[in-house]
Design a protein around this ligand. Structure first.
Ligand SMILES: O=P(O)(O)OC[C@@H](O)[C@@H](O)c1cnc[nH]1
Length: 455
């Protein structure tokens, strides 16, 4: 801390669970306050998309953050760009924008430094309670097609890794601007933030084609990795208030299949209940691998699940696998309801045999599924291997989730496909459990920077 630029050029203060910092350079002054688990505060950096990114730290990291930038003693306003506004801004060419925006670089630097120093102050209290075994926290956050991995360890030696470029695929070299936010300064902001916060920080794009998504997923991933780190340092206590049981059920009858699904998200007796009592899973679809996939997923998600299907497997396994996945996905969406108070995002990995798969889940209400599983066989345990992807995709989109499946290791030869399918089901279940858990600290509010997942 003592060596960071924010300390040399500004002031850093902290009280339990909170920190604030002021940094100044020339006519530009930035003041940041962070209160761990604190209330929402206004943010005015002079760059509106940057304010929106700070909102991601607030809603996904459960941090009260206020950033106020002033230029020549005049405070910026929360929804106003410091240089250009409205139609003039949209009409301007990149060259004109660069010319007309003399303070962009300084703003990114100062916001990064002030935020990093204030975060350091806010984290100090939790870190002072940390067990000696506290290690790095990692989180993979999706935003539609994009996924960013963040690793945070505030007690580790200084280490910074950053790989987000290019910012999108259209144009092929990536976007230069998101609104009036210059994407190239994203690295600078995080470098400065890390310089003031210290420790180990890694921000790596795993997937992404849309610049807005890539940058926003990064702020979400960092926020959630930091939250996980602070919670590991000082575990939250208290139990969620008892709420109505979250259940969903669907019956579906067509010429091809007759299906009934009943699903309950919360084990009777709450999360602490013994797993063997809490989880009752029966899946009978007539397709063996499908039964195993759903049973593993439900067990790892700590859900109760009953599925029965009488399907036209004499034609093919396709109708049964697809329709069952749709019905389970719809039941899951019913059970999750508005998602208010939920943790919302989860990422987990799991193994089966030689296969290791990571699954990232967001209860986003924006259905999206991506997978890089390398499924090379035609059949696995009574189901066509192409149906493995179709089952997970149908489940995901009908549950209104965003899901990314990332293959970490695979065997080859006989059985590789079934191993990948089961590893995926387990990781999906683990990640789904993280998403579905009610965090009492959210007090029933939705974990979203736009305030709702229902609209
Ligand atoms: O994921 P959240 O609900 O916190 O907010 C996302 C929000 O910014 C949304 O409008 C968005 C969708 N695509 C990019 N951004």
């Amino acid at each position: 801390m003592a060596s960071c630029e924010a300390m040399r050029e500004g002031k850093v203060a902290r009280t339990a669970g909170s920190g604030s910092a002021v940094v100044e350079r020339g006519a530009i002054r930035c003041e940041a306050t962070v209160v761990d688990l604190g209330p929402k505060m206004p943010n005015a950096t002079g760059i509106c998309f940057l304010n929106h990114m700070i909102d991601q730290l607030v809603s996904h990291g459960q941090l009260g953050i206020g950033v106020q930038l002033s230029i020549g003693g005049v405070p910026c306003e929360p929804e106003v760009d410091y240089a250009l506004q409205g139609a003039a801004a949209r009409a301007a060419t990149p060259e004109a924008l660069a010319h007309a925006r003399p303070h962009d670089q300084t703003i990114f630097e100062l916001v990064g430094e002030a935020l990093g120093a204030a975060l350091r102050g806010a984290a100090a209290d939790a870190l002072s309670h940390a067990p000696a075994t506290l290690g790095a926290s990692r989180f993979c956050a999706p935003l539609d097609e994009a996924v960013t991995e963040a690793v945070v360890d505030l007690r580790a030696a200084s280490h910074f890794a950053f790989s987000l470029e290019p910012y999108g695929t259209i144009p092929p070299a990536g976007r230069e601007w998101i609104g009036l936010y210059r994407t190239a300064y994203t690295r600078l902001l995080w470098q400065r933030l890390h310089g003031a916060l210290g420790g180990r920080m890694e921000l790596l794009k795993l997937r992404g084609a849309n610049a807005h998504h890539i940058v926003e997923a990064t702020f979400k991933a960092f926020a959630r990795a930091l939250r996980a780190h602070l919670d590991a340092a000082r575990p939250p206590h208290g139990t969620p208030p008892s709420a109505a049981p979250r259940e969903g059920a669907r019956s579906r009858r067509t010429k091809e299949t007759s299906i009934s699904v009943a699903l309950a998200l919360d084990p009777p007796g709450g999360d602490g209940a013994a797993r063997e009592d809490a989880c009752v899973v029966t899946v009978r679809t007539g397709v063996s691998l499908l039964d195993r996939i759903l049973a593993e997923l439900a067990t790892y998600a700590q859900m109760r699940l009953a599925v029965s299907c009488d399907g036209d497997v004499h034609i093919d396994d396709h109708h049964t696998a697809e329709d069952v996945a749709i019905a389970v996905g719809q039941s899951l969406a019913d059970a999750l309801g508005t998602k208010a108070g939920c943790n919302r995002m989860g990422s987990a990995d799991a193994c089966e045999g030689r296969a290791r798969v990571e699954v990232v889940v967001d209860l986003s209400n924006r259905p999206h599924f991506e997978s890089d599983l390398e499924l090379r066989e035609e059949w696995a345990d009574g189901m066509a291997c192409e149906m493995v992807l179709h089952v997970f995709a149908s489940l995901t989109t009908n549950a209104l989730c965003t899901v990314h499946v990332v293959q970490r290791a695979a065997g080859d030869g006989d059985g590789a496909c079934a191993e990948l399918a089961i590893a995926t089901a387990r990781a999906y279940g683990l990640a789904l459990r993280q998403c579905a858990v009610i965090d009492p600290r959210r007090a029933g509010l939705t974990a979203s920077s736009k305030g709702t997942l229902s609209a």
